[in-house]
Design a protein around this ligand. Structure first.
Ligand SMILES: Cc1cc2nc3c(=O)[nH]c(=O)nc-3n(C[C@H](O)[C@H](O)[C@H](O)COP(=O)(O)OP(=O)(O)OC[C@H]3O[C@@H](n4cnc5c(N)ncnc54)[C@H](O)[C@@H]3O)c2cc1C
Length: 303
């Protein structure tokens, strides 16, 4: 089978790229094994236009997926294990070393949470996104904890301080890693308490998280009662499938130009994985649409 564009990722960015690409006449092959990508882990999406009552993340992802299927995109339902540049075409290597070739590529593989310092748990009440899940605690007099000490933690603290009765930032190092302006803002909030040099050792609770077991630098342990926890140790791009040099920002996101093209001609990036200022569904969808459109223009020699 011949394709015009290989799209890596079946999240909102990749699926929007497939819908727009197909409608422009580009034959799209879309790699990934989770229809909807990150949407599958979102209980309820309340900020996507068109759904005033909210919509389940998995249901929204399933609709985007079936729309891309209906437009004729091809889904091998496998991740890409390698991406390299041949003479004129990009070569996408799927499982079993099966190769797909296309003159255009769109990387829309999202981010993965940095969880290397976080204990494993199945408890409810542990969240990855304050914008999305913070409002669940509104008006409940909640005590919330944020794990992390960088800009993500700062952004979460600013948001959650308006929702919760008390917010604890728990950071294993010292000083905090956030920008000075952010730090000043966080320290000015009277319901935010900062624990430095404090390691999260365990989540406590039966079904929901009820507390945290913390360890200070001197190994003294303390139990902190909480109603919810937001993991803000950061997100990272996992791009080990790339078998070529693609320019990245110091934070590891894929650099793109005004047309969402990467440093490799003909290779575009969309959604959370690229250097963007809004990591939300609506922005990922817009990115996917724009990447497909610019890829089409590139093929026609217009950019
Ligand atoms: C818990 C949580 C709640 C959220 N709530 C909201 C919300 O309420 N509203 C909102 O607007 N945003 C929310 N977000 C953010 C939103 O989910 C993301 O901004 C959006 O999903 C990004 O879309 P994407 O397509 O760029 O990436 P993703 O949705 O992450 O999709 C990328 C897909 O690519 C796949 N992939 C990775 N590597 C490969 C590979 N090598 N080959 C093939 N596929 C690969 C991944 O497995 C994934 O399925 C939330 C995020 C989280 C984590």
């Amino acid at each position: 089978m011949e394709f015009d564009v290989g799209i890596i990722g079946t999240g909102p960015a990749g699926l929007s790229a497939a819908i727009f690409g197909q409608r422009l006449g580009l034959r799209c092959v879309v790699f990934g094994d989770t229809p909807g990508g990150n949407l599958c882990v979102i209980e309820e999406v309340l900020n996507f236009p068109g759904f005033p009552e909210g919509v389940g993340g998995a249901a929204l992802g399933a609709k985007m997926f079936s729309q891309a299927q209906k437009e004729g995109a091809f889904f091998p339902m496998q991740p890409v294990q390698g991406l390299r540049k041949g003479e004129d075409l990009f070569i996408f290597e799927a499982m079993g070393k099966v190769e797909f070739k296309a003159p255009l590529g769109i990387i829309a593989c999202g981010l993965v949470p940095k969880l290397d310092q976080i204990p494993m748990t199945n408890l409810k009440g542990i969240h990855l996104c304050a914008t999305c899940d913070g409002p669940l605690y509104r008006g409940r007099g909640a005590v919330l904890a944020i794990i992390g000490g960088g800009n993500t933690a700062a952004t979460y603290a600013i948001k959650l301080s308006k929702i919760a009765q008390m917010v604890h930032i728990i950071y294993r190092g010292s000083p905090l890693k956030m920008e000075h302006a952010m730090e000043r803002m966080v320290k000015g909030l009277n319901n935010v308490n900062i624990w430095l040099n404090t390691q999260l050792k365990d989540f406590l609770g039966k079904e929901r998280v009820e507390g945290l077991r913390l360890e200070a630098q001197d190994k003294k342990e303390e139990i902190l009662k909480v109603d919810g926890v937001f993991l803000a140790a950061g997100w990272e791009a996992k791009l080990d499938f790339l078998d070529m040099e693609v320019k990245r920002t110091p934070e590891g996101y894929i650099w793109t130009d005004a047309h969402l093209m990467t440093s490799v001609p003909g290779l575009f990036a969309a959604g959370d994985v690229r250097d963007t200022d809004l990591r939300q569904i609506i922005a990922a969808c817009a990115d996917g649409a724009r990447a497909a459109n610019h890829a089409f223009e590139y093929l026609q020699g217009k950019i």
